[in-house]
Design a protein around this ligand. Structure first.
Ligand code: ATP
Ligand code: MG
Length: 265
């Protein structure tokens, strides 16, 4: 069975999706097979991986798999990504669209929080890792991810509200993992993203290290506009030129090595 990691923070725009996509890329480059589950109705991970909805031949998405409430049903929604890179064949996607919001209405249905775990059981066995890109909330969709995951990876910017939100994720796991029938769930790491040369960022970086100690992964990802461009243009990082691109690729390669070490198969 694939080792499953939910990528989360209770704050929007901190780089959860960027981290999910770039870690998937670096893991695939290193020969690993990765399933990306887009669990955000914004569908950002799906688009950034080059996937597009085609109304004339509508594809199934993770929303239908969750709604179905059946073991292994996610196998029916796994699709190739749209990148033109040699390693892209080692990344597959359970895409999301706005319709995923409809699953929120099931939050009060008995056992509904187990539906993603059920959908993935028997569906992701041929991958090394399943990365689940969460929305910025801690409500039903993220709880589906936490019920399905082995570990949670937190992404935070070195900014006060983002760090507080990261702490809320940690505390939520401590309080609720048992309620999600996943008592062994725990944080696997904290990635600091979009660091700039600002005194406030240095202070918050130190604060993250104080709070999370050895869980903080290295290196810190710098604020680099090429990541916005690559995300915007749906490109793998191998298609981005320049010295800064080499730095960013190198950072994700090192983070992928930490990931593999922290999540032995
Ligand atoms: N290290 C970085 N340097 C510069 N821009 C970045 C960096 N990481 C992410 N971004 C950009 O910041 C924006 C927000 O990132 P992203 O969408 O990954 O955040 P998110 O946490 O997934 O947001 P949401 O909560 O809406 O899902 C995007 O435009 C992304 O390209
Ligand atoms: Mg996102």
């Amino acid at each position: 069975m694939a080792r499953r990691v939910a990528v989360a923070n209770n704050k929007g725009g901190v780089g959860k999706t960027t981290t999910t996509v770039r870690l998937a890329e670096a893991l695939a480059k290193a020969g690993r097979r990765v399933l990306v589950v887009d669990l955000d109705p914004q569908g950002n991970a799906s688009r950034r991986l080059g996937w597009a909805f085609t109304p004339e031949a509508p594809q199934l998405t993770i929303s239908e798999a969750i709604q179905a409430d059946q073991d292994g049903v996610a196998a029916q929604v796994i699709q190739p990504i749209g990148w033109d890179a040699e390693y892209a064949s080692r990344i597959a996607l359970c895409p999301a669209r706005l319709e995923l919001e409809n699953r929120m209405a099931e939050a009060g249905v008995a056992g509904a929080w187990r539906r993603l775990a059920k959908a993935l059981d028997g569906a992701d066995g041929h991958f090394d890792y399943t990365l689940i890109d969460c929305p910025p909330s801690l409500f039903h969709l993220t709880q589906l991810a936490m019920a399905a995951a082995d570990r949670v990876l937190v992404v935070t910017e070195p900014e006060y509200d983002s760090v507080e939100a990261a702490v809320r994720v940690r505390d939520f796991i401590a309080e609720r993992a048992r309620d999600l029938a996943n008592p062994d769930l725990q944080l696997v790491g904290v990635i600091i993203n979009a660091m700039q040369n600002l005194a406030s960022h240095t202070d918050q970086r130190d604060s993250v290290r104080n709070i999370f100690g050895g869980l903080v992964w290295e290196p810190i990802v710098r604020h680099r506009s090429l990541l916005v461009d690559a995300d915007g243009d749906e490109l793998p990082l191998t298609e981005v030129r320049g010295e800064k691109a080499t730095e960013v690729r190198g950072a994700y390669e090192l983070l992928a090595q930490q990931f593999v070490k922290a999540m032995p198969a």
